[in-house]
Design a protein around this ligand. Sequence first.
Ligand code: HEC
Length: 216
Amino acid sequence: MNRWTVVNLTLLATIAFLVLLNVVILPDFSRRTVEFFPEMVHPVPLESYSSSTVFADGLTMQQPPDGTVPRGYTQPRYGSGEEQAILAGMNLANPLELSADVLERGNDLYRAFCLPCHAADGGGMGPVSMRGYPPPPSLLAENALSLPDGRLYHVIVHGQNNMPGYAAQIHDDNDRWAIVNYIREMQASKPLSDPEIAAAGEEIPMGEAAAERGTQ
Ligand code: HEC
């Protein structure tokens, strides 16, 4: 035998041995054999509401630092409260044109954030109201019809009495206005002669309501 034959045979034997070893020792693939960074393989997450020795206040979940805003957040130009709401109503102009895209976006957001209380039809008996939360007035009633767009925007951002503000959840200005437009569409497509709606608010003709809230 020459030298190369010996080398080749040795290699072949080694490979055969390794293959055999694989078959004989059935590996358990669900277990790791070597863990280089065990803390990364088995992290110890802290429960959000558990106590913590890391932070001075002893809490695990920390408040974001003052002034933190979500990405893409538009700071509302008016503060909370009735006075600011009236100013917003007078001064804020709806920047969005009515389009199918805007209405679709408004519909999506309305369903996610407003429907739970205001109901799909805007009548106010959404699933949360049905379970005992003070039901809001109908969005199709006289009062909501007479609110200018800027006030609807203000209610979305800051809430009103029993309604919390949604500025943090709906942080993009275009999204807030898309909901305003969606409410307007809902109001326009539901005739006030509907007995259900007439009962929820005093009947006023649509034309007048539109004139009152301006064209913004
Ligand atoms: C947790 C329940 C709840 C949710 C969710 C909610 N609202 Fe309200 N909403 C209310 C209540 C209650 C009122 C009545 C507040 C009051 O007494 O002035 C109200 C009032 C309003 C009004 C004023 C109606 C009027 O005639 O004065 C508008 C407009 C309005 N909501 C729009 C919205 C929009 C848009 C959303 C979604 C972004 C939304 N609401 C989400 C409970 C809710």
